[in-house]
Design a protein around this ligand. Structure first.
Ligand SMILES: Cc1cc2nc3c(=O)[nH]c(=O)nc-3n(C[C@H](O)[C@H](O)[C@H](O)COP(=O)(O)OP(=O)(O)OC[C@H]3O[C@@H](n4cnc5c(N)ncnc54)[C@H](O)[C@@H]3O)c2cc1C
Length: 412
């Protein structure tokens, strides 16, 4: 059986749903389909640790987060800014607040009340949903094909948006299965890679057994001259956490190019080297190295354990060498966590093959948005902001495309 609609949106994540809202508001019939049994599974997961919607920093700093894709992301975020996203969230009855770090969250901290209100709004706008529909490609007439519990289905539409996400956390629905289909159709896709992922460090058994799960608080991590302050968490296989994710893209690239790379951890970024050295010149009396370091330099047991780990033997006795170690514990990163455990995905559909409204040039009427595009950014609200902004651009592109189809002026 063939279903028909003006606009078919494949992928009921934040990008697909945002486009559905704008297109339905413009009076077009919209059908949203997803492989999963319900909408926004990864969006809900993102709310588990506090849904960080966007960031309040200045626009130049904000845009600089998008590494190589900045020229493509800039017009999207200029057209749908962090303030627009905050207004939209509040319009759904979810007030927001800005944390001390500048990150913006809904006051509820969660995705579920926002998603519930949003799905109600979409249903009110007449948006239809079909779940357990896995998109498998296009047939020879260009219609979208789906595998469903009742067999193969075909959906015919005048325009479509693919918002299929990246490949991290595949249990939530986005598994990158679309890459092969796109490549067979001749659409250029930059290989998908993990982004905002943990690092692999070969811990000793002692460190792993005693400290896995332990946070390294108020530290500063440096890689290749770039320093990020924040928290890292010792995992069984290495390090994870906000400060690690912020540096993870250049670390990933260095590991991929050279097999390993070194990061350093400053355990007391608030104190200058000379002051730490002075503190460590105090007489130790009979105190053990750990007691002395804790008392003199305020180091936590995890910090001292990392210093021992880096030395691979006894700690230096000399105050100068010891202070230098406190300020820069060197750790060798020998690998990175796989994409299935990453927060997000780098790589995706190359912007070069797309119009400014994100239509695939080689496939008129087919648009793409969200994390499946070739951009990456650290955590901090930059992921959702770019996903939403790209969906807004694609939605306006689709409205323009259909208007053109109806005989009015094109918007491409
Ligand atoms: C643990 C975690 C925490 C996060 N926290 C934050 C945060 O606080 N702030 C932030 O900005 N970002 C966060 N993110 C990232 C954010 O969740 C994603 O960037 C965002 O969900 C991407 O939106 P999207 O709509 O592009 O794709 P997705 O949300 O991945 O949605 C894609 C949809 O497409 C569907 N799909 C895929 N393939 C097919 C197919 N073949 N057929 C049919 N349907 C298909 C999937 O089922 C899915 O529903 C977090 C991610 C994780 C994993």
């Amino acid at each position: 059986m063939t279903q028909t609609t003006d606009v078919l949106i494949i992928g009921a994540g934040p990008a697909g749903l945002m486009a559905a809202e704008i297109i339905a508001e413009a009076g077009r019939s919209v059908l949203v389909v997803d492989a999963m049994p319900s909408a926004g599974r990864k969006f809900l997961l993102a709310g588990r640790g506090g849904l960080n919607l966007t960031h309040s920093e200045g626009v130049d700093d904000f845009l600089a987060r998008y590494r190589g894709a900045q020229p493509h992301i800039t017009p999207l975020i200029e057209a749908f800014s962090p303030l627009d996203l905050i207004d939209w969230c509040e319009g759904l009855g979810q007030p927001t607040f800005t944390g001390t770090s500048g990150r913006v969250f809904p006051k509820s901290f969660k995705t579920s009340p926002l998603l519930r209100a949003w799905l109600q709004r979409l249903t009110g706008l007449g948006v239809r949903f079909a779940f357990r529909h896995r998109w498998t490609g296009w047939n020879s007439q260009g219609q979208a094909m789906f595998s469903t519990p009742v067999g193969e289905q075909v959906i015919e539409s005048r325009a479509s948006l693919l918002a299929l996400g990246g490949a991290s956390w595949p249990r939530m629905g986005s598994d990158g299965g679309w890459v092969g289909i796109f490549e067979r159709e001749g659409v250029t896709v930059t290989p998908l890679k993990p982004s905002n992922m943990g690092l692999n460090i070969a811990w000793s058994d002692i460190l792993r057994n005693r400290f896995a799960g332990e946070p390294i608080k108020r530290a500063a991590l440096t890689h290749d001259g770039v320093t990020i302050r924040g928290e890292a968490i010792v995992s069984e296989r290495g390090l994870e956490g906000g400060a690690v994710y912020a540096l993870s893209a250049p670390i990933r690239d260095a590991v991929m190019a050279h097999g390993s790379t070194t990061i350093t951890i400053d355990l007391r970024p608030d104190l200058p080297l000379a002051l730490i050295e002075e503190k460590l010149r105090q007489p130790r009396a009979k105190a053990s190295a750990s007691t002395f370091l804790h008392r003199a330099a305020g180091l936590a047991p995890i910090g001292i354990a990392l210093m021992r780990e880096a030395c691979g033997g006894p700690l230096p006795v000399d105050a100068k060498a010891l202070a230098a170690l406190v300020k820069a514990v060197p750790l060798t990163v020998r690998g990175i966590e796989g994409i299935e455990r990453a927060i997000s995905t780098a790589g995706g559909v190359a912007f070069e093959g797309l119009t400014p409204h994100l239509m695939i040039r080689a496939k008129p009427g087919v648009f793409v948005a969200g994390e499946m595009l070739d951009w990456e950014a650290p955590t901090g609200g930059y992921l959702l902001q770019a996903g939403f902004a790209s969906a807004v651009a694609a939605a306006h592109g689709i409205i323009g495309f259909l208007g053109h189809d109806d005989g009015s002026s094109p918007d491409q």
